[in-house]
Design a protein around this ligand. Structure first.
Ligand code: FAD
Length: 445
């Protein structure tokens, strides 16, 4: 049993043995890798997924569980619409265990500038056929004490239970014929003059001509071994859940709710998932310096809530500069990246909850956990073939909002991996953008 201080993740019984070969190998058992494997297996492909720890041990079980289109970068909207259709189909197939509920998502407009951004986003999204509105917050959250009246609101957005969703998708992938090997770290992508030839793992090599890298926070160092640069950093975000609410308390609000420094959603266990959404911590590592200029414009807009520090990761990642063995040790030491949550950031969460919702005063915290979010400079993912390594497809950098968009990303990654035409134009997500231009982030929220 791998120690894990995060949410209790539903178990997945995968394969014990590594196959000698596979048509496609997927690296990473988070929402991106698992939904890719599911799509591939259902389309009749021979797919093997490698996960160094357990399915959904990292970001994919630690997130808030918001399935959101609200306020997204406009470039992501076609993909998030595809994802919503996939969530609906998967929910119909799996049933209530997925916890998928279209309860709406609301971002309270807390300043005239933010209200203006929200209005402009609604106009853009409506033009793209998405149901979005500026709503009266009191009707959505009758228990909320606030001076602000309006919110950006998407009634079709919702939530799912992260600790169950990805394992349930993984079970479907296995049922469709995918081989999922847990406790097996991929160390390197092997190649010849034509491209990928296999994946070297801690348990031997799997021969393949096609690989999808969906390694979350670990993608950049693995790519570097193949001479590919991906500007990707990690930030720590801290979350907690509360004890169950009474039926009366649960009436305080309906949608997933952002109040700027507080994010809330209802859970199937009748508690709340709550976070201090304004605060993240980043360790200074060699990549912080390597990619400083690419990240600076985006960092500026995050600075009020961004804390930089030196830590264990600083020393560990310095070791990666001196050869692959150190990275291989890290991959097997951290079967689950399980950072200590930021106690300070969380200490204010229940106080804020009580201030904003008097009926929820006195709720106890039942569990707290941390999650390392992988971010790109423009805060949108990389979904791209690697031009310098034929056969490699990259799906990573989902920058804090990959859970909701995940099933859509899995669908297009499966297309890329098999040479089919993806359902969505992926030009904005190509890896080369970081080389060709100065990628810009869009801030609508
Ligand atoms: C606190 C927090 C809150 C969030 N809230 C939301 C939200 O409300 N809504 C939303 O849409 N998104 C949210 N996100 C973001 C979302 O969780 C991520 O974008 C998404 O889960 C990323 O999925 P992934 O598959 O890319 O990565 P991960 O889930 O991190 O999975 C990557 C997997 O790859 C494995 N791996 C890596 N390298 C190797 C290797 N070499 N060999 C084998 N295995 C390997 C890892 O062990 C890991 O299991 C949040 C994230 C956090 C941390």
């Amino acid at each position: 049993m791998i120690p894990n201080r995060g949410p209790a993740v539903l178990e997945v019984s995968g394969a014990n043995d590594l196959p000698a070969s596979a048509e496609v190998v997927v690296i990473g058992g988070g929402v991106i890798g698992v939904t890719t494997a599911l799509e591939l297996a259902r389309a009749g492909h021979d797919v093997c997924l490698l996960e160094k720890g357990i399915i959904a041990g990292e970001q994919s079980s630690r997130n808030w569980g918001w399935v959101r289109q609200a306020g997204r970068d406009l470039r992501e909207l076609p993909l998030s619409s595809l994802a919503r259709r996939r969530w609906q189909a998967l929910a119909a197939e799996i049933g209530p265990g997925l916890g998928y509920v279209e309860c709406g998502i609301a971002y309270v407009s807390r300043s005239p500038e933010q209200a203006d951004r929200h209005r402009r986003w609604v106009a853009e999204a409506t033009r793209l056929g998405i149901e979005a509105e500026i709503a009266d917050i009191r009707s959505l959250a009758p228990g909320l004490t606030t001076d602000h009246a309006k919110a950006l609101y998407l009634p079709g957005d919702g939530r799912a239970e992260p600790q169950a969703a990805v394992p349930l998708f993984a079970r479907l992938a296995i049922a469709a014929g995918a081989t999922l090997v847990q406790g097996c770290a991929a160390f390197d992508i092997e190649r010849d003059a034509r491209g990928v030839t296999g994946i070297r793992t801690e348990r031997g090599t799997v021969s393949t001509r096609r690989v999808v890298l969906a390694g979350g926070a670990w993608s950049a160092p693995l790519l570097r071994r193949s001479g590919i640069t991906l500007p990707q950093l990690k930030v720590l975000s801290s979350v907690c859940r509360t004890e169950p609410l009474t039926e009366e308390q649960a009436q305080a609000f309906t949608p997933c709710l952002s109040l700027g420094d507080l994010a809330l959603r209802h859970r199937v266990d009748h508690g709340l998932t709550a976070a201090n959404s304004g605060t993240v911590v980043a360790e200074i590592v060699p990549d912080s310096l390597r990619h400083m200029f690419a990240f600076l414009p985006g960092l500026r807009s995050m600075i009020p809530g961004l804390k930089l520090r030196l830590g264990r990761g600083t020393v560990e990642e310095l070791g990666w500069l001196f050869g692959g063995a150190a990275l291989e040790r890290s991959l097997t030491r951290h079967r689950i990246l399980d950072p200590t949550p930021d106690a300070r950031a969380l200490s204010r969460v229940l106080d804020r909850l009580a201030e904003r919702f008097p009926a929820l005063a006195g709720l106890d915290q039942a569990q707290a956990w941390g999650g390392m979010i992988d971010v790109t400079p423009d805060v949108i993912p990389v979904i791209s073939e690697a031009s310098t390594l034929p056969g490699l497809v990259i799906g990573t950098g989902f920058s804090g909002h990959g859970f909701g968009i995940g099933p859509g990303a899995g669908a297009v990654l499966a297309s890329l991996a098999t040479g089919a035409e993806p359902d969505v134009d992926l030009a904005d997500f190509r890896l080369a953008r970081f080389r060709e231009e100065r990628p810009q982030m869009q801030s609508w929220l």
